[in-house]
Ligand binder design. Sequence first.
Ligand SMILES: O=C(O)CCC(=O)C(=O)O
Length: 357
Amino acid sequence: MLVSPTAMAFGAAVTLPQSMRRISSTSKHASSPTRIALQRAGCVLALRAVYAAPRRKSGTSRSFPVTEEDRQRCSTDVQLDFERQGFLKVPAILKEEEMATLSRAIEELQSSEKCALSALQHQVRVQFGAVAASQCTTLAACRKKLAALEKRGEVSFLQYFNLHRLSEELRRIAMSPRFSFWATRLLGVPRVRLYQDALFVKRPGDGATDWHSDLGLAPFDTNSFLTFWLPLTAVPPRGGSSLVYAIGSHRDFALPFHGDLDEDLTGRYKLWRTGSILPGDASIHHGWTLHSAAAAPSSGPLRVAWTLGFVADGARLHGARGGPAEDAVSYEPWIGDCGRGAVVDHPMVPLLPLVDD
Ligand SMILES: O=C(O)CCC(=O)C(=O)O
């Protein structure tokens, strides 16, 4: 069964996980005075046990093909729902064996010291800037630098960026016909490119994920962008930290046109809380959809999710912009090869296979 936003969206009012102030779409992290000051001026965790979370049964395919079920589920009505609401929950988009393959590939990388260090360094960069990050060259140094912020709940998660660049298996999964199919259908475009993947590890006691939209952090001059949020650990119905969406916010042109960056938007949108979500399921959102997630209770389990960001083939680079470069690691290695305003056609933003109708 596929849960469409219209089926569930307006059922119950939900409480805001945190204020909708500072909704500037430029950062995902819980507010830290240090980081805000910086903005104004201009794999530690072993997850083996965590991945033992319940997984859905059925199917044995390891090639992530487009199935007849995908074609039936991604109906015109579902595409319209996504267009209107800006998000969609798809239970069991991955079969049990596919999920096991994905978890294994991620676990292998994520437990490596190299990945752990770069996730911590990224966090230091987000919180304190690039110079501080370049000075934290060991796990211990990074942890020390972040300790006070973590204590105050001002770190929202650790982010392991672009694991597909390190693993053939993950690249194959990220660029599989299954994701190509859903992404192109939901965006209504012929082809998409893989922009980035990121592993979000929210640890017990980590702060809320601040309201933001993903396109605000990406260098593309397009509206055709979406993100798959794929949990690797089960999120319980209550007290979990799955995504909360501001319904229809991706179509709210008036907000950037008339709005103030620091405006309090509480009450402007109805919200939809994803609630319980299992490994194998996907929560998909449009690039402009505002979303957030609650803080992780300090007594709770790790919450781990892998995300994939896809952009329409043919998108151009937009001009330079200010604001924090929170996702800069995704475009720094290739953006210099493309001119401002150029159509992005770069091997580091690879084109997914064409899927026929
Ligand atoms: O997992 C989270 O808390 C944040 C994820 C997110 O911002 C995204 O998928 O775009």
